[in-house]
Design a binder for this molecule. Structure first.
Ligand SMILES: NC(=O)c1ccc[n+]([C@@H]2O[C@H](COP(=O)([O-])OP(=O)(O)OC[C@H]3O[C@@H](n4cnc5c(N)ncnc54)[C@H](O)[C@@H]3O)[C@@H](O)[C@H]2O)c1
Length: 441
């Protein structure tokens, strides 16, 4: 039986993308979008650009591209702006990041040189290993939030964008536990006016975005928008938000492999993960405070996927260790090693070794693109926007945000099913659970 499609406004006009933190990920994303627009390369890794979605029964053979199925903004309609503590243009920052080849960057140089980061909201104690001078000044944190709101207004005016989204691609801030100032919007606003030391710069951007009616995504593991005060603001303005920490590299591998081992009821005694990376992210994560934030984010996935409370004989005694080592010669081309001590039939031990020579920002850039397009879809759909946290976007995150009464879903395949079923629901198509009987499916 046909279901009713959900109301979604058309993506008319330009979509402005605001990026606090114009480092390796952000510049790889922006340069990549421009290269794709000019027909120089393909948007590989992006579900919105290359993914398909099966509709109805298998025999119907209906498998449109996702971008033809739901009304997403066109790549030609994207405009970009950002903030950074360094004043380098997007071209200079991309050259320094060293992810994309010079020949590719030169072919979009004119475009990248037109994007110069606005002065950042920055506080040294939140990112110890970073020293930049392109920084805003203000008496209070509320002043700084208002300056960000002015930046947003100016960008909107200059580009004529009809809609905006903000995505944090800034460095990982030091570990912060939620405290009283984060518990309600009124406490948070008081904290902004009184310069509370518990309010991190990323929270100031998120506050400014939400005050301006702009959806917010968090690509780093910092709390940022994942606090009751800002969730209250998001719900009040019916704005979609999501986070935290892009799922790339090692955690992507973990969430691919762990569900497979669990599916075959193979036990795990140990999982040791270590990385070497030499980009600025690696340098920031060399500080124990920033690493702690990342560590929390990286550790949680296995626990949720393996459900040791349901399978104590298989996963109760798992020893899980994650290490990140800053090693400059490697630049953005990280190497992640995993050693898995597993056991099978009658408890016999086996080992799996994974050596992933990955390119972090190459894996992250398509995630940024999908997130901004899907968040924009959500802001045009009142049914989705009203929910605040967009759990259907968990697919993209290491520590997916979810309602306080729920636990996050980490299994990549369940996450993908949830994402696609959400899209089917939006268009009035039947959900697909792959549970149909063989004769009827
Ligand atoms: N690369 C990946 O695969 C990946 C995966 C998951 C998460 N992340 C996270 O994404 C973020 C960006 O990663 P990256 O590799 O681009 O790092 P990067 O160091 O190259 O870029 C981060 C940029 O943010 C800027 N910055 C820091 N604090 C700022 C502030 N308050 N305001 C404005 N700019 C600020 C820095 O100057 C830097 O240019 C990091 O937090 C990282 O942990 C990256």
């Amino acid at each position: 039986m046909a279901r009713k499609a959900v109301k979604i406004a058309k993506p008319e006009g330009k979509l402005g993308i605001l990026v606090p933190g114009m480092g390796a990920v952000a510049t790889t994303f922006i340069a990549g979008v421009e290269a794709v627009r000019r027909g120089l390369a393909l948007p590989i890794g992006s579900l919105t650009q290359m993914g398909t979605i099966r509709l109805g029964k298998r025999t119907e053979k209906r498998t449109p591209r996702i971008k033809d199925f739901v009304p997403l903004a066109d790549l030609d309609d994207l405009a970009f702006a950002g903030w950074d503590v360094f004043p380098d243009t997007c071209y200079e920052a991309a050259m320094k990041a060293g992810v994309l080849e010079r020949s590719l960057l030169d072919s979009v140089r004119d475009f990248l040189e037109g994007i110069r980061p606005m002065p950042a909201v920055f506080e040294q104690k939140f990112v110890k290993n970073l020293h930049g001078r392109n920084v805003k000044k203000g008496k209070t944190k509320m002043d700084l939030a208002e300056q960000v709101m002015d930046d947003i207004r100016r960008f909107k005016g200059a580009t004529g964008a009809s809609r905006l989204v903000m995505i944090w691609c800034g460095s990982t801030e030091v570990f912060l536990k939620p405290s009283a100032v984060h518990q309600s919007l009124s406490a948070f606003e008081k904290g902004l006016r009184q310069n509370s030391s518990e309010i991190a710069p990323s929270m100031i951007y998120a506050y400014a975005a939400l005050k301006m009616g702009v959806p917010f995504a968090n690509g780093a593991p910092n709390l940022t928008v994942d606090i009751p005060a800002l969730l209250e603001l998001a719900r009040r303005h019916e704005l979609p938000v999501c986070g935290k920490d892009f799922k790339t590299g090692q955690t992507l591998m973990k969430t691919i492999i762990a569900p497979g081992l669990k599916a075959r009821l193979l036990g795990l005694r140990g999982w040791f993960s270590t990385n070497i990376l030499g980009n600025r992210d690696g340098e920031v994560l060399d500080d124990p405070g920033s690493f702690r934030t990342k560590e929390e984010s990286k550790l949680s996935a296995l626990e949720y996927i393996l459900q040791p409370e349901l399978y104590p004989e298989l996963y109760r005694d798992l020893y899980h260790k994650v290490r990140i080592n800053y090693y400059p010669p490697r630049g953005d081309n990280k190497e992640g090693w995993d050693n898995l001590d597993i056991f099978g039939w009658l408890g016999y031990p086996m080992q799996i070794k994974i050596d992933f020579l990955c390119r972090d920002s190459i894996l992250a850039a398509p995630i940024v693109l999908d997130l901004v397009l899907f968040l924009d879809l959500a802001q045009r759909c009142p049914e989705m926007a009203r929910k605040g946290i967009q759990e259907w976007l968990s697919f993209y995150f290491k520590s997916p945000m979810c309602a306080p009464s729920l636990y996050p879903e980490h299994d990549l395949f369940i996450q993908l099913m949830k994402l696609k079923n959400t899209l089917r629901h939006l268009r009035g198509e039947e959900m697909i659970t792959h549970l149909g009987l063989e004769y009827y499916d």
